[in-house]
Write a new protein. Sequence first.
Length: 185
Amino acid sequence: MQGMTVKDLDKIQTNLCQAGYDYQLELEDGKIIVMGPSDITSSEIGIRFSAFLFLWVNPRRLGRIFDSSGGFILPDTNIKAPDVSFVKAERLRKNVRYFGELVPDLVVEIKSQSDTLKPLREKIQMFLLMGATVGILIDPDRQTVTVNRPNSDPLLLQNGDILTIPELFPGWEVAIAELWPPEFD
């Protein structure tokens, strides 16, 4: 039996949307993976991270930032959608109305309540092996951020630390404590 293709995934996604269903799908080794919704803490962290990054990237026209709905067709023909991703301007000069057919420069995975860390780490490593410059794993449970780069040991950051990604965003920084949702009195 032949596995599913990008074309098959596109048809299924279109049919689901027309029927009123909004599922996020990924394609891995010919199998469709249905991604459940994130918990609201993980969702807010994704928005916060994206907002901090957007405020730096947009005025400098450095590239494009995508949320968890932005799918990428990878060199191995799998389709993956990181929670947050970034592609340099020179690699994607004009946006397309389709999946990105490239590996993002930055991929960010945010642990949801139902996630385990091992598959998230493996997903980040897969992106790095295919050419991503930086992969970040945000763990709200431990309030840690792990920065991964090819051929380098992971860098673990905690509250009190500052995240920088000079190879993609020279001068940008964000305090790790700023990523967590605020508590209101």
